[in-house]
Design a protein around this ligand. Structure first.
Ligand code: URA
Length: 205
């Protein structure tokens, strides 16, 4: 499914389908087995007109319980990192590659990513950010359509169509790899610099 069918819409361009409409289409999603084990579907949260969209991997335990992305330990780390890019939570949108927690926080499976991906694509299309920050391998590989790992991808801005993409480490990974933390901070500073050099055009939607 490349274009989501929303009743009443004949064509979906950037920003035409709203986030609540996409959430409604997901409903009580059972497109993969994670629908049976989740507590809450974690759709995403933030500014629907964000210039910067963050994409993580998938909900952890706290996110599953609260229904919001990055509210647990990884969320605290993310909050601290935003200032490196001169951003606040109110300015950004955060979503995950998969919307439901894998049991025991195992990695998402290819078929789960495949089943969930139309919704993330529609979120990106709705928000139409200038920059997508991909946290970790799953988000980076999904957005950049590559098998390359984040260690080789990170450190520079990539472009895919309209979007500038910053692949970087997952904040949770830096809990175990403390040497990655300064690199993650560098990447976010690079995003802040890109934003400063490319002021918003102020296109009304
Ligand atoms: N890790 C993620 O990738 N996403 C979350 O929402 C929380 C932790």
């Amino acid at each position: 499914m490349s274009v989501m069918h929303i009743p009443g819409h004949t064509h979906q361009g950037p920003g035409e389908v709203t986030l609540p409409e996409i959430r409604d289409v997901m409903g009580d999603c059972q497109l993969c087995p994670l629908g049976q084990t989740r507590t809450n579907l974690v759709f995403g949260v933030g500014n629907p007109h964000a210039r910067v969209m963050f994409i993580g991997e998938g909900p952890g335990r706290n996110e599953d319980l609260q229904g919001e992305p990055f509210v647990g330990a990884a969320g605290k780390k993310l909050d601290a990192l935003l200032s490196c890019a001169g951003l606040t939570r109110e300015e950004i949108y955060i979503a995950n590659v998969i919307k439901c927690r894998p049991p025991s926080n195992r990695n998402p499976r290819p078929e789960e990513i495949e089943a969930c991906s139309p919704f993330l694509r529609e979120q990106i299309r709705s928000i139409w950010p200038d920059v997508i920050v991909c946290l970790g391998n799953f988000a980076s590989q999904f957005v950049l359509r590559t098998q390359a790992g984040v260690t080789t991808l990170r450190g520079r801005m990539h472009q895919t169509g309209h979007f500038m993409v910053c692949p970087t480490f997952h904040p949770a990974a830096c809990i175990y790899h403390s040497d990655w933390q300064p690199l993650l901070e560098d990447d976010l500073r690079m995003v802040g610099q890109w934003l400063a050099e490319h002021p918003a055009q102020g296109v009304a939607r």
